[in-house]
Design a protein around this ligand. Sequence first.
Ligand code: UD1
Length: 417
Amino acid sequence: MSRFEIIGKAPIRGEISVQGAKNAVLPILAATIMTEEVCVIDNCPYLRDVDKTILVLRGLGSKVMRTDHTITVSDNGYCDCEICETLMRQMRSSIIFLGAILTRCKKAVLSMPGGCPIGQRPIDLHLKALKKLGVKIKEEHGFIYCYADKITGADIHLDFPSVGATENIMLASVMAQGTTTISNAAREPEIKDLANFLNSMGAKITGAGESQIRIEGVCELHGTRYRVMPDRIVAGTYLIAAAITGGDITITDAEPDNMNAICDTLIQMGANLDIGDNKIHIMSADRLKAVEIIRTMPYPGFPTDIQSPFMSLLSVANGTSILVENIFENRFRHVDELVRMGADIKVSGRTAIIKGVDELYGATVRARELRGGAALVLAGLCANGKTIVDNTEYIDRGYERIEECLSKCGAHIKRVN
Ligand code: UD1
């Protein structure tokens, strides 16, 4: 167990290179089990969720080696079809292995992932789509048993553009007999990254990143080398760190094209952004303005994952803002902690009304999930006095050494074990 101790008010100044994207690397690592050849994945961040994914891969029989930010996955000649229940419970996104295991083994046994701190997170859309591909599914005693003589391409419409369901369909249908189409597919950039990775293995996927994806089944996939895309949510978090402290930083190795909703909102609040091909420079000397309303939406809308970091910024903006969380029903768990630090936030259902205060003050607060935890670190950076953020393990699920990145840019933050 560790915590962050932060002395607020130091402006964040300097340069931060963005880590690889957590939400891209997890499905890409899962996809490596679909070939017996070697896959080399570059730009893999050091994160708890990546460590857990490596454990899942090893549990399934893969050989996994890590050298710095490169992970090499090779096959031992077999692949187990079952993920142990403990790992499923520790990382809900292990569900992304379902499609890949089915492609490799034609059967899969997983325990039900269940709820998580940000909401119920059902998998009905995943299972409904897999059934359309010819997979037989039995749910019993908290386990999902899947089995398919053969996987056959199908036309699948998603009632909601779920990221995980879109990825699982791609993984399950990449070597199916015939062609699969997904309509109302999720358009998140991480979907495109997974498709690019699969295509580099020999898959035939077109349309990823748009709402209509077409997957022509191929007979086999081969090994490849691939570089994971940059993390747009981490990049956004560091931009907010500069904005909330009146600082001035350049984010490098980013993909600004994937960050329009984040950059537009910062500009609307009064921050100065200079956006290049793969970098963003932010300067924010004055107190920023409130925004009338932010609604989280599937991509290219405002990302739910950056909602809580923005709430910290809105807490000290000039005026009143409204934030509506449309994706997950329980994603305001950081609000009570921000209120402990002096924020003026009222929540009713999925809506939060944030009246900007002149100043937050340091307090002892507790991270309860990943992005809410990052929001508390941001609040600590601008607060008057000392903030202690407990439960850093949540933050470590998605941010690689956040305290080092921030202290290198002038923040007074240290990890205490
Ligand atoms: C992924 C991201 C997560 C991000 C989210 C939305 C990963 C590892 N995680 O999560 O960081 O916040 O996308 O951008 O990539 N739903 C159903 N039934 C289903 C599947 C989803 O009702 O079968 C609902 C969920 O409860 C939620 C909404 O759809 O309300 C969005 O979920 P989804 O897009 O699937 O998110 P994840 O893939 O779990």
